[in-house]
Design a protein around this ligand. Sequence first.
Ligand code: NAD
Length: 264
Amino acid sequence: MDLGLQDKVALVAAASAGLGFAAARQLALEGAKVAICGRSRERLQAAVQKLQDETSTERITGFVIDVRDRHQVSQFVEKTVSHFGQLDIVITNAGGPPSGTFDSTDIESWQQAFHLTLMSVVHLVRAALPHLRQSDAASVLTITSISAKQPIQGLLLSNVMRPAVIGLTKTLSQELAGDNIRVNSILPGWTRTERVTELLTYRAQQNNTSLEEEMAKITAGIPLKRMAEPEEFGRVAAFLVSPAASFITGTMLQVDGGSYAGLL
Ligand code: NAD
């Protein structure tokens, strides 16, 4: 199936590694022009290089941007448009908020998580909208987490902030449908990225166990008995933002190997 992504312009936030990188990579492989961002110049350049090596130099660019800073986010959008001449697809993403329980989480961490997880999406969509309104294949995808449907132990801030992003995603899908802008979310389950290694290291410290033991506990609870590979997420992301998914909007899609146990 042709996803219809050839020469579409996509911006993927926080994409020098992990899920963002996997989405950017799949879009580039499908023929899209892709702009990514990350905070560290070194990691960003390495990611851009990797994507360029696999696809082509002219189709990939990257900018050093912190998605918490709305001025930087606005520059990311404007630089992408001046580089590629248009903007069709936006994928929002950011690092995950830190682990912790209610007792261990201070007010400063609450505020930081609000800016990192929710407001970064608000800034990006606000900056991108004027350009998306000019596209005939406009699409926004928010990367959230299954924690939005089913709280994850020890991830209080994710459990609280992700549902807010889902609320935003659904509302945007309704408000922007008249402009023919589709808005969806992917709720990833456990996927083997650097972030996951970090989380499991935290759990191992808390539980006095090893990383391998924590990994085994998790995969035992996933019906498919393994974590996802980032590429499995990337393929779904590329489909959802593509013209091939032209009648899908307002959908919150789990990519979780069956982990979420609810009916809907
Ligand atoms: P990761 O840590 O592997 O990658 C995150 C990327 O975001 C990195 O490139 C990092 O440099 C960049 N980044 C972080 N903070 C940034 C900022 N303020 N500005 C710009 N760039 C920034 O993480 P991941 O596993 O790819 O997860 C991505 C998101 O998806 C996170 O919010 C995570 O909580 C969520 N998530 C991940 C999983 C999983 O199993 N991997 C599951 C559910 C949800």
